[in-house]
Ligand binder design. Structure first.
Ligand code: EPZ
Length: 421
């Protein structure tokens, strides 16, 4: 028995919706709470599987966790475990954040390697390079990473990231906040969730400067006090909702979001002929009545076009006039959704990191499988705009990263149901 989303396509989305808290901020903030010397509270957490799994991991490590209705109070003072075993973290890709948090707090850590996933190899060499630059002795063996600060506490240093890596930037930042002395992270990622993590650490009394630029400076402190912190709105969920509104030729206002985070998506939708109007903390997407124009997408680190929205916007490109080029520069295997879109009538060609999508008049509903989180979002958007019925399985991927997506879409008029088949 597997849950299936059943979508009757062709209904324009109308109304007002708010995104949940950012998944990629939440999965960094919760491990970072381990660094604190007092209880702290994180609000506006998205209700997604990754957050629920993290709550269980932190509890099993000894933290006391009080989690209800998007708010989690964590007391890390009783954490005894310095290890996150495979059975704990195999459901959680972002478990590598426990390495930086435990190393920063306890001077030692042992975590099971996360391994690859559906979109690529996902190495963590930059994470390990960063920990070594802070004086840790790192060993990788038997599927685990073990790291230890020889004097029991990390020592600040200079970290140059060979690759702009969100995970490595966040992990090194976490490890550095309690290190002895100063740390500089050069070629740092600038994503909104990196800034959110820095703000959370500073709310606990850390000294992190420059987050959001490509040089982050950390001055280590002796202890961190409790705080209450609210997670930022999810940039990728907001972008997904914007694309769904455009694809169904609707009229949707997304409230309680940060328009500045959406610049690259807004620009691309406008290039395609969609009307995008920014408010103070809202964005309205409406249909211009014109055919969608083709456009070209190059995924880049923030503020470039986010790789996580490459798959969702591909659904819209399938019905644009002309051919669109999609260059996926971040991950090496992030085109699996195109094979599923082909079952709905999409036409495309892939050569290495570039996909050419040749626009067709419309997509037709079909049975498709979500191969990963954002591929699932792409297929939902495709189903919303296709003629006829689309059935999507592989929902565990979608549930990992979207908080009640079908309820939000139904509130905007979508005919979308989750059934057990
Ligand atoms: C984070 O993954 C996000 N996940 C991803 O979101 C997102 O796609 C990605 O950042 C880019 O924005 C979380 O935040 C939990 P990276 P992360 O390190 O940190 C290479 C989603 O759909 N690299 O910025 O793993 C890597 O292979 C997910 O929400 C190294 O070579 O991404 C990739 O090519 C998917 N060595 C590039 O850098 C390293 O040590 C960027 O990866 C680390 C990364």
């Amino acid at each position: 028995m597997e849950d299936t989303l059943i979508i009757q396509g062709g209904r324009p989305l109308h109304g007002v919706v708010s995104p949940s808290g950012a998944k990629n901020a939440a999965v960094a903030l919760l491990p970072a709470a381990l660094l604190c010397d007092e209880p702290c509270t994180v609000e506006n957490l998205p209700d997604i599987r990754d957050v629920r799994v993290l709550a269980r991991i932190l509890e099993q490590m000894g933290a006391s966790v009080d989690y209800h209705s998007g708010c989690m109070t964590l007391d890390p003072r009783c954490v005894t475990s310095r290890e996150a075993t495979y059975d704990l973290i195999r459901h959680m890709r972002a478990s590598y954040y426990l390495l930086g948090a435990m190393l920063g707090k306890f001077g030692e850590a042992k975590i099971a390697l996360p391994g690859g996933c559906e979109i690529g190899q996902r190495p963590i060499d930059q994470h390990l390079k960063g920990m070594e630059a802070l004086g840790a002795e790192v060993e990788v063996s038997h599927g685990f990473v073990s790291a230890k600060a020889p004097q029991g506490r990390l020592v600040g240093g200079e970290v140059y990231l060979d690759v702009v890596s969100v995970g490595a930037t966040a992990n090194v930042m976490m490890a550095a906040v309690r290190a002895q002395g100063r740390t500089t992270i050069v070629n740092a990622a600038k994503e909104p969730h990196i800034v959110d993590l820095a703000n959370f650490l500073n709310a606990m009394g850390a000294n992190v400067k420059g987050a959001g630029t490509d040089v982050i400076r950390v001055r280590g402190v002796e202890r961190l006090h409790g705080c209450t912190y609210t997670v930022i709105p999810d940039q990728i969920e907001t972008g997904t909702l914007m694309i769904a509104a455009a694809a169904t030729r609707g009229d949707v206002t997304i409230e309680n979001m940060i328009p500045a985070h959406m610049e690259s998506i807004s620009a691309k939708l406008e290039e395609m002929g969609v009307i995008v109007e920014e408010g103070e903390s809202s964005i309205r997407v409406t249909d211009s009545g014109k055919p969608f124009s083709q456009t070209n997408i190059k995924t880049m680190p923030y503020p470039g076009f986010p790789t996580d929205l490459q798959q969702p916007i591909s659904a819209l490109l399938c019905v644009a006039q002309g051919s669109s080029m999609v260059e996926e520069n971040i991950f090496e295997d992030r085109f699996k959704h195109l094979g599923q879109l082909q079952r709905m009538g999409a036409q495309y060609r892939v050569s290495g990191r570039v996909a050419m999508i040749d626009g067709v008049k419309s997509l037709s509903g079909s049975r498709v499988v979500a191969t990963d989180l954002r591929a699932g979002a792409c297929l939902v958007i495709a189903g919303l705009m296709a003629q006829g019925t689309t059935e999507i399985t592989g929902l565990r991927h979608i549930d990992r990263g979207y908080d009640h997506l079908e309820e939000k879409l139904r509130s905007l008029g979508a005919d979308i149901q989750r059934v057990q088949k």
